[in-house]
Ligand binder design. Structure first.
Ligand code: FMN
Length: 244
């Protein structure tokens, strides 16, 4: 029990450059895929497929795809940012804004961000990774009676977590790249990987070993008392068992 909780707590988003000379072993990739295979999905639909990309030429091709940042991303991202560690420790949700260039944290400078980022490419996201997993699904299918296939999409999240925890257990860096499913980017990635038209990209993940592994960052979570309700909404917290 302690072991699984430890892996869950140690799992993190590794937003660091990966070492291109240290590829992820194919046996480890297979373990990560095996974890995805056993993920729970509604009605056991297994509504996903995974494209494993470790061919350097293909990665370069994907890396050259332009990824302009959308205005809505900049504006909504800003709301999740704390300006200091102190603020993040108080808020307990969101992420530290200092990971982004100063203009991303200042609404008065958003025009500058939107102009400059037009030049960015997926290479910035892949950042040295030698393996990328692209998770695709068929939006024409849905979990029974699930409006907007809400349940099916939840299943894709279970796939994500299974792969992420396995990567963590193998001490492999892992980062989700939502940008792969973004407007203007998705179609181009699909073309490079010959993904059939009817499939959508849910997300991609990059894997690797950080060049500077010691670069840890502040991660916060709400307290149990703040996120739980006991026997009805509003009665905050859960009873803590008495120590013997
Ligand atoms: C559906 C989903 C999409 C995410 N997209 C991104 C992303 O595009 N880039 C990124 O760096 N992290 C992404 N994340 C990671 C979250 O930002 C991260 O899990 C959260 O900030 C908590 O940090 P931790 O993973 O280090 O615990 C995503 C996570 C989920 C569940």
């Amino acid at each position: 029990m302690t072991d699984i909780l430890r892996v869950i707590q140690e799992r993190r988003s590794v937003r660091l450059s990966f070492d291109p000379s240290r590829p992820v072993k194919s046996d480890d990739l297979k373990r990560i895929i095996e974890a995805a295979r056993w993920a729970p999905t509604p009605h056991n639909m297994q509504n996903f497929e995974i494209i494993v990309v470790d061919d350097r030429k293909l990665l370069r091709k994907i890396g050259s795809i332009k990824s302009p940042v959308s205005e809505s991303f900049v504006r909504e991202n800003y709301r999740q940012l704390s300006v200091s560690k102190k603020e993040l420790l108080q808020r307990r949700v969101g992420i530290l804004g200092t990971y982004f260039p100063p203009a991303w944290r200042d609404p008065a400078r958003f025009d500058e961000v939107l102009g400059k980022e037009r030049n960015s490419s997926l290479n910035d996201a892949i950042d040295g990774s030698t393996a990328v997993l692209v998770v695709v699904y068929d939006p024409r299918k849905r979990a029974p009676a699930s409006e907007g296939d809400f349940l099916g999409i939840l299943g894709l999240g279970c796939v994500m977590e299974n792969m992420w925890l396995t990567a963590q257990a193998l001490k492999i860096g892992f980062q989700i790249m939502s940008v792969f499913s973004g407007e203007k980017v998705e179609e181009k990635v699909k073309r490079v990987l010959a993904v059939p038209k009817h499939l959508r990209i849910a997300y991609a993940a990059r894997l690797g070993y950080p060049v500077h592994p010691s670069n840890r960052y502040l991660r916060v979570r709400r307290d149990v008392e703040d996120m739980t309700h006991y026997n009805g909404y509003g009665n905050k917290g859960i009873p803590v068992s008495e120590k013997p």
